[in-house]
Unconditional design. Structure first.
Length: 166
C-alpha cells in the first residue's frame, strides 16, 4: 500500500477586456478574461499541475504545448482529465484539493458553491473536500488572475491479487 502524496501547482494569466472567464470549469460573468492558448481556466491548470507534480509526472505545458494548434481554445476539463488519468495509472486518486484564486474583479464568492461542486465532480470528490479561497491583489495586479493549488493523493484501493479498484 503506497503512502499519501502531496502536490502543488500554480498558474497565471493576463486578463483582457472582452474575453470569457472560466474558473474550475465554470463560466463567470466578467468584464475581462485570460489571454491563453486554451480556454485559460487557471484554476483547472493549477490543479492539473498539482496532480502531476504530486507524482513527478511533469507539467501541463509538456502534455499540451501552447505551440500545438490542437490545443487552441481547448476546454481545460480535457487537460484536468488527462492529468487525472495519469495519476490513476500510477495507482493514486485525489483525496483533497485546496486552491487560492487571486483576482481583483469580479467577486467570486457568489460563485463559490458552483465552482466547488464542479471541481469536486471533475475529481470524483465530495464538495467538502474541495477548499477554495478567493483573494484580491489589493490593486497590485488588476489585470492578472493567479491560482495556487495543493492536492493530497491517496493510493487506489486494492482488490484481490493487488488489482486497483474504484
Ligand atoms: N475575486 C475575489 C476576491 C476576493 N473575494 C472575497 O473578498 C475577501 C477579501 O479579499 P482580500 O484579498 O481583500 O482579503 C476574500 O476573503 C473573499 O471572500 C471574492 O469574493 N472575490
Ligand atoms: C494550457 C496550455 C495549453 O496549450 O496553454 P495556456 O492555455 O496558455 O495555459 P498555460 O497555463 O500557459 O499552460 C500551458 C499549456 O498547457
Amino acid at each position: 500500500m503506497g503512502r499519501m502524496r502531496i502536490g502543488y501547482g500554480e498558474d497565471s494569466h493576463r486578463l483582457e477586456a472582452g474575453r470569457p472567464l472560466w474558473l474550475g470549469g465554470v463560466r463567470i460573468e466578467s468584464p475581462h478574461g485570460p489571454v491563453a492558448h486554451s480556454d485559460g481556466d487557471a484554476l483547472l491548470h493549477a490543479v492539473a499541475d498539482a496532480l502531476l507534480s504530486a507524482l513527478a509526472l511533469g507539467d501541463i505545458g509538456q502534455l499540451f504545448p501552447d505551440t500545438d494548434p490542437r490545443w487552441r481554445g481547448v476546454d481545460s476539463t480535457v487537460i484536468l482529465a488527462e492529468a487525472l488519468r495519469r495519476v490513476r495509472a500510477e495507482g493514486y486518486r485525489p483525496r483533497q484539493v485546496n486552491a487560492v484564486v487571486t483576482l481583483d474583479r469580479p467577486k467570486l464568492t457568489p460563485h463559490r458553491e458552483r465552482i466547488q461542486e464542479r471541481l469536486a465532480h471533475l475529481l470524483a470528490l465530495s464538495a467538502g473536500d474541495v477548499g477554495l479561497s478567493f483573494k484580491t491583489s489589493e490593486g497590485l495586479a488588476p489585470a492578472h488572475v493567479q491560482v495556487r493549488a495543493v492536492v493530497l493523493l491517496e493510493p487506489l484501493p486494492q482488490g484481490p491479487g493487488g488489482v486497483w479498484t474504484a
